[in-house]
Structure formats: C-alpha cells, structure tokens
Design a protein around this ligand. Structure first.
Ligand SMILES: [Mg+2]
Length: 179
C-alpha cells in the first residue's frame, strides 16, 4: 500500500498571506512587509482598530478565489503523487463560505489530484494519513503521524517541529526517505 500525504491549503499551497497583505494595503493604505509578520498572525500584526475587518475578510466568498499558488507546489506535488497518495486537507469549516472557491481553486491548479481526495474538515487530529504538511503548529500538535511544518512568517519562532522551508525542501525530504 502506498503511503499517504495530507497537504494543507492556506499558506501551504495557496498564498493566503499575500492576499491579506494586498487587501490591507487597498483597504487601509498600509503596506505590511512579510518580514514584519515574523512570529505573528496577520490579525496580531495589524493596528488594533483594523482587527475586526481583518477577521471578517476571509468570510467573504471571493477571498479564496484567485489566490496565487506557492512557488513550486504544483511541480513537487505532481512529482510526489507518482509515489504517494495525496490528499488536500483544509480546515475549511472555519470559513464555510469558502467551500466553492476552495474546490474551484484545487480543480484549477491541481487537476491531477481527484476531488475525492479533498478533505474539508475542522479538527485535523482525525486525519489518518502518514504525513501532514501544514503551516499551523496547532494542526501538527493534533496530528498523530509525521507532521512537517511548512515555513511561514507566523511560525518562524518554532523549533520543535520538523520544518520544511519551501516546496523544494519538501521534495528533498521525501527523496531522502526513499534512498
Ligand atoms: Mg494553513
């Protein structure tokens, strides 16, 4: 039986952070650099009076449309799919209005992964895959198999996880396992 890899969407394959940054600039005229977000969620990084708007924004149905794909995610996942069963696991229940856009986005960018392998969930501790690649430490904490922390500015302070800096590093990690 092939081993399986569950892959998070936001800030792992979909560049949600860049969407937050461009929207914030457009809405409030403030440019936040990714370096300013080290160790902080976007919510914590913005001015206090903007936080309720920031919290509300991902609940808009079009927020998850037209997100950029994180560099090399398509090529590396296509490569991994030759040896592993790939699942996309998104805690989409946090943003119920996001389901159609997330579905469309995955179909558009990862047409080689069956929609039967999409898991829109809440609690990722229920996932029974062999690996989980995710930028959120809390999801890795709940996951019972091998977790890989996908680097993002907000998680830069954590050292107690197996970290992958980018998709090339993911490719190297799995290449080493097979040698
Ligand atoms: Mg994420």
């Amino acid at each position: 039986m092939r081993a399986s890899i569950a892959i998070d969407m936001d800030d792992t394959v979909a560049d949600t952070l860049s969407r937050h940054i461009s929207w914030y600039k457009q809405r409030f005229g403030i440019v936040l650099a990714k370096e300013q977000l080290a160790g902080k969620s976007f919510y914590d990084a913005v001015q206090k009076e903007h936080r309720s708007a920031v919290q509300q924004h991902p609940h808009e149905a079009d927020f998850f449309d037209q997100l950029d794909v994180i560099d090399n995610a398509v090529e590396v996942i296509q490569h991994l799919s030759q040896s592993y069963d790939i699942f996309f696991a998104s805690a989409a229940m946090e943003y119920p209005s996001s389901f159609p856009a997330k579905y469309r986005w995955l179909r558009q960018h990862f047409p080689f992964i069956s929609p039967m392998n999409y898991i829109f969930c809440g609690y990722k501790g229920m996932l029974n895959c062999d690996y989980l690649i995710d930028d959120s430490p809390r999801h890795l904490d709940n996951f019972k198999q091998t977790g890989l922390l996908f680097s993002a500015p907000h998680n830069s302070q954590y050292s107690n996880y197996q970290r992958v800096q980018n998709w090339q590093a993911v490719k190297s990690y799995f290449a080493k396992l097979s040698t």
